[in-house]
Design a protein around this ligand. Sequence first.
Ligand code: NAD
Length: 297
Amino acid sequence: MTDTTDQSRKGRVAVLGAGTMGAGIAQVAATAGFSVALFDVSKGQLDKARASIAQSLEKLASKAKIDAATKDRALSSIVTYDSVEDASRDASFVIEAAPERMELKRELFTAVDRAAPADALLASNTSSLSITEIASVVRDPSRVMGMHFFNPVPLMELLEVVRGVRTTDANVDRAVTFAKTLGKTAIVVRDFPGFATSRLGVVIGCEAIRMLEQGVASAEDIDRAMELGYRHPMGPLKLGDLVGLDVRLAILEHLHAELGEQFRPPALLRQMVRAGKLGKKSGEGFYKWTADGPQKP
Ligand code: NAD
């Protein structure tokens, strides 16, 4: 059981974007004892995030992973905002989890640079984009880094800390300590397209989609190949659904432009995204998703 009985607040974490990842990051920060300012441009998304966090905390409490007091305290320490400046104002850590588009991230960091305290760490949860480029809009790029969390954030142990060209050692150390406070294990990687995790992960995911296009096997059997043959906890197509196929496509487009042909997005993936089949979040991807989880495609 996570021991979070310490009532003293550890400072404020601002999370920008309340989608799949932002909601999860807000939850783990609140559970670890931080007060959390959660910002999104969509009011509906903020409501949805709060409901999903409440449901996830309830589930963890029912499995005795956290106690009831921690659950209640975590939920009450998350405050939602419709202004990025207000959310960032008193933060010690700002973590951006908005869509995977460089111009959007640059806009957010420009606003955060003006609003957040001068000693706050500014992090992006980007899966693939250049931290150094995001940092270029900030007056002090030494405090900008990647903090790449994994989905579902409350369950996944890894935090990939990405060091931009100008990020200082002291700030990387602060990020690694922060990861520990959240109960995560950090790895530190250099800012290079796809970092360590996305670059390896999307190769398998992309190849699995090509195999489905070529009729090599069914989606279920391709997933079983990796689950039973290689002990992956989840097959690559199911994982793609969980990540979000629109998110996967954005990562592949970026890595294709940066690293070349092996990352060219498969036509099937593009078609599915155009059709609104985004995976778990839209209810259908390579699988149909219900309250009971992924169903046979
Ligand atoms: P998502 O589509 O689920 O959520 C994005 C959220 O950002 C939405 O709620 C949207 O309303 C909000 N948003 C849009 N414009 C905004 C703005 N200007 N300011 C603030 N919020 C805005 O996406 P996600 O899956 O949570 O991904 C977010 C980031 O995390 C991306 O950079 C992605 O590459 C990265 N990431 C995703 C995963 C994953 O498994 N989904 C894993 C690791 C990293």
